[in-house]
Design a protein around this ligand. Sequence first.
Ligand code: 0WK
Ligand code: BGC
Length: 789
Amino acid sequence: MNPSIVDSSPFLYVRVVEEQQKVVKMDSKICSIPQEMMLGTGEQLFDHIAQCLGEFLESQDLKGQTLPLGFTFSFPCEQKEIDKVSHRTIIGGLLITKGNASDYVGLLVSSLGKLVASLGSLVDTLEMLLISLWMPVISLGMLVASAEMLFTRLEMLVVNVRIFEKMISGMYLGEIVRLLLVKMAEDKLLFKGETSEALLTPGQFETKYISEIEEPDSGLENAQKILTALGLNWDPVDACVVRLVCDTISSRSACLCAAALATISNRIRVNRGLDHLKTTVGVDGTVYRKHPNFSEELQAAVRLLAPECDITFLVSEDGSGKGAAMVTAVAQRIVEKYLEPFRLSLEKLKEVSVRLKKDLIRGLGKHSHHRAAVKMLPTFVRATPDGTEKGDYLALDLGGTNFRVLYVRVVEEQQKVVKMDSKICSIPQEMMLGTGEQLFDHIAQCLGEFLESQDLKGQTLPLGFTFSFPCEQKEIDKSILIRWTKGFSCSGVEGQDVVKLLKEAIHRRGDYDIGSVAMVNDTVGTMMSCGYRDQSCEIGMIIGTGTNACYMEEIKNVKRVEGEDGRMCINTEWGGFGDDGSLKDILTEFDEVVDQTSINPGVHTFEKMISGMYLGEIVRLLLVKMAEDKLLFKGETSEALLTPGQFETKYISEIEEPDSGLENAQKILTALGLNWDPVDACVVRLVCDTISSRSARLCAAALATISNRIRVNRGLDHLKTTVGVDGTVYRKHPNFSEELQAAVRLLAPKCDITFLVSEDGSGKGAAMVTAVAQRIGGLMTCLEMLVAF
Ligand code: 0WK
Ligand code: BGC
């Protein structure tokens, strides 16, 4: 589609048929763009374009298909992405005021999401190049003089813009000739000093007249016809002079183009360190095509201006529409080759959801649990907060980006106020890989220092312990670590009761003590802390360093726990989904490498496709591959790019920022020591978008599975529920939450889900669990109590 050709825009249906050796089949239709629409609102223009495209699709019987589209938009644009450009200036008589796109255009634009290519930016580069390099060749004086003359007379739409273009292109050449003829007539050099109304009217001497008048054989004859048509009183000498004027103006245009093209060719030659460059330039445009000797003159001048460049001129056969389709196809090929394996269709996500559904049931099963990839761990939390909780609690929050120690006061009287003081303590990398004793001594020390700072050492407060790893919960205060995940791998902890390890570390210190303990997973803590604000919150979800979710399951379905009535919160540990190979078909070679190079190969397959610990690494591996395949960074990598962990997941969020994303990408690529160009930055953003999008959609498939399970459990046609969410990926990524929510709506249409981002993390939630346990009776007996409940 190419709306820039004055008053018409061709729509094309391009089929590139590989088998038949580069055959391109094309059907096209030219649609006019009325002058007043060129000066109307953007919305009118895009509605018109959308209507033309709609009619064209109808005529080609293509309305049912969703095809990628190449969009040739020949105006200077700031290319934000292969499918996103912002309009910078106005040229070619098109003055579009900003308008709102109509729904259909919205639809069109959304379908444009599939790789729209725009060629506009090329013009922009040329402009800058010329202004900086070639002005001196043509005496500045001359240029300015003619430019000023041009502007005042033209009363053109936009002044002082696109000077070079106004000396060269078809939109303006005719007008330059007209003004010259008027001047020469007024100076009694032509037409016996007479002008005509037509000659005095801007735009009446069309650029095509120049080509007709310069025709080798019929030129003079044409000149006479045209001068007659313009109502001029001419004689044969006048016709010759007019032809000379035309020749001069078109010749200047050809020479200026030659200067510009020579600049670019020489630059390419120098870029590549060549003495001699052999290259081809693809050309299009009515001036070049139609003028009898424009191309010849241009080529002759280029040979003089770039003698070390051997340039072949190839006139485009089917216009840039085919070119746009080619760019789309090339970009598509790149995408297909590298990114397609990461694109999961709705159908595939539904398949993944069906597999997960089976795994949930296997995990809940008394006899199938031990071999289940998705552990479905009972948490013994059978109630969510009802707002009557009260008391002072300590809380520890371990397992996310930050380890936090908290002091939480739930003040009932003041209606749902939770006061909190907290402190973030770092866990050094080496400690995450050290001994369990070191880790718990460090935790006990941080808690001790915090109690000191809060002047709480003398008190024995109940403590909620958020421990964000898969644990077999035996009691509310007894929990066995099944395995470490994320970046942790401390020895002597797996298979142990982590509450006991904590208490032992505190007793080793002997300078303070804690009261009863409630151990929760961060998903449970998140559900509880959100449940305090919204009692319909029955799902907790984390998309952070790791990923996981919990939800309220019918106790009769939790085969490993006694009881038929009521519900219990199940920590799904969905991070382990696929550890039994059930996701092999969607794992890419890059996922395999991430898993193999992680500290726990074969563990938490699903998590490694989704969570913050791994997304940056997947992007890094893809960029290395694309660079090695010479698709990025001119085929060069850097030490940083080759180093695991150097492309941080937070870069993905920064690069996908709607406005500053590309700028951020460029800064990050520079910081990684890469030799990037603007297209590289676009492609890197596309890679980031693809990886984060897969993550969001996989999470959506998992959350939809759980919501549908709750709905079916309760025999409901429609479920209304709330999910409490936390985690840096969900919080920080610019459109992760939006994409996840959109996909959940498609995958669980019978569930109306509210997403509540946790305010104070799951530390507060851990305190809530302790408070809920206390609300319904002493901890030790809570289990019987809970069961009775
Ligand atoms: C904040 C919660 C914490 C949880 C973390 C997950 O308080 O319990 O583990 O979110 O997000 P991450 O810090 O891993 O991005
Ligand atoms: C852990 C879960 C935790 C999740 C989010 C996973 O690696 O296995 O227990 O909930 O990370 O922090």
